[in-house]
Every structure is written in structure tokens, then in C-alpha cells.
Design a protein around this ligand. Structure first.
Ligand SMILES: [Zn+2]
Length: 249
């Protein structure tokens, strides 16, 4: 069960509206995102956990403080579910025999072949190996890095010409959750795992890093520049936030 229903009596107070809060569990010190949705019909509060997000449905006569204290009281239950979800979404790659490539999910098919290699075939990603001591994860990462390099090179050239923003080389690197970075020498780095994401999201990441060439911060002017090239950027940012678990390689 990953939801709770709570009945309580409340005094009429400041009306609550839909909002997103940050709940920092006092005992564990871990912060969680809380989506509060106000429902007019219901007289009860319900808490639901979706992956690592807390979703609260509440009547509008409840105070924000009350919800936070409620979450604090239910912290054991919340962290239990979140931990369970984290395990469920971890290692969804080679262990679950599933792989993402340009936003599409593929089934991993491991076969003996004449040489080592990775081939995309319809909905399958075939990994061929010659000898038994072959490291699947390493081979797959090598293939991803190669594909990422080619894709990024093409998109960077395209947007650089379009915007006349000149960068000073790029590299494909390994970051834990970071998607990319741009240093003060205008050299851009990208996380090889962005090749898991849909093309339009990768384009947004490329645009984001290119815009750092003129704005070395996340100021209003920076976002204005990003929005000129990628008007949909807000929904892409949300997509990234919600799908960051695909980075668990
Ligand atoms: Zn940035």
C-alpha cells in the first residue's frame, strides 16, 4: 500500500491552494518534493508516494503547517516507501535487460557472436560477445559514449551555426546526475547518459550549455536566450526532473 487516508477535524483558517513544497524530514535531514492538490469535495487528507515524490490531496481549509507536521508524523512510513521505490527503480538497466536510447526503451538481447558489438534491431538492442569474460555494462557504455559523441557533435554544430555562438571543443564525460557544463574557456562537457533521453531534450541540454557562453549564470537573461532557441524548455526541464531515474545505469 502506498497511500494513507487521514480523517481529522480542522479549524477554518487561511485557505490553501495547490502548491509545491519542500519537506525536510527533521530526523533524517532528507528533503522531498511535496505536491499539494486542493480538492473541494473531499473532507479528508490523503498522502500518496509516487517514486520519490509525495502527493497530498487536501481540503482547502487545512493549513500548510498542519500538512508539514502530518508528514513529519508519518515520516517512517514515507521513508520506507521511498526506499522501496528507490530499490525498484535502481539498476533497471542491464539487470532488467532494458536499455534507453534517444528516449526509446529497448530490450537487451545478449548473444554470442564472431566479434564484440552492439546493434539496434527494431525494439531490441543486441549485445554480441566473442568470449565469456565479456563485460556487458562496459561494452554498452562504450557504445553509448560513441553514439553520444556523434549525436552531440552534430547538434552542437547545428546550433552553433544558427546562433553564431562559438564553443571551444566539447567532451563526453561521466557525471552522476549533472547533464552538462560549460567552463570559462568555452569548453563544453556532456554527460554520456544524455543519449538515453529523447532528441528534443538533448537539444535543450545543448542549447542550455551553448547559452552559457554568453551568460555564465542562470540569470533572467540566460533563460530568455534559452527560451528564444527552445520555447518549450520549461516542459523539458520538468521532463528531466521526473525522469532522472533513467540515469541509474
Ligand atoms: Zn546551466
Amino acid at each position: 500500500m502506498n497511500w494513507l487516508l487521514l480523517k481529522s477535524i480542522f479549524r477554518k483558517n487561511k485557505m490553501l491552494t495547490n502548491k509545491i513544497l519542500e519537506f525536510k524530514c527533521e530526523s533524517s535531514g532528507i528533503s522531498h518534493t511535496v505536491n499539494i492538490k486542493v480538492t473541494k469535495r473531499k473532507k479528508t487528507i490523503s498522502i500518496r508516494i509516487d517514486k520519490n515524490k509525495i502527493l497530498v490531496n487536501t481540503p482547502n481549509f487545512v493549513k500548510e503547517d498542519y500538512i508539514l507536521s502530518l508528514l513529519e508524523r508519518k515520516k517512517e512510513w514515507i521513508s520506507q516507501i521511498i526506499l522501496k521505490n528507490r530499490k525498484k527503480y535502481k539498476n533497471n538497466f542491464v539487470n532488467n535487460r532494458e536499455a534507453f536510447y534517444l528516449g526509446k526503451k529497448y530490450k537487451i538481447n545478449i548473444k554470442k557472436g564472431l566479434s564484440n558489438g552492439v546493434i539496434l534491431k527494431n525494439d531490441n538492442l543486441e549485445i554480441l560477445y566473442k568470449r565469456k569474460n565479456f563485460n556487458i555494462k562496459k561494452a554498452l557504455e562504450k557504445w553509448y559514449r560513441l553514439k553520444c559523441n556523434l549525436f552531440i557533435e552534430d547538434r552542437l554544430n547545428y546550433y552553433s551555426k544558427k546562433t553564431n555562438l562559438k564553443y571551444n571543443g566539447f567532451s563526453i564525460r561521466s557525471f552522476k546526475t549533472r547533464l552538462g557544463s560549460c567552463d570559462n574557456k568555452k569548453h563544453i562537457s556532456f554527460n554520456w547518459k544524455i543519449i538515453f533521453m529523447p532528441k528534443q531534450i538533448i537539444d535543450y541540454v545543448v542549447i542550455h550549455e551553448l547559452c552559457h557562453i554568453i551568460h555564465f549564470n542562470h540569470s533572467k537573461l540566460f533563460w530568455k536566450e534559452v527560451s528564444n532557441l527552445c520555447p518549450e524548455y520549461k516542459s523539458y526541464k520538468n521532463w528531466i526532473k521526473e525522469n532522472i531515474s533513467i540515469f541509474n545505469y
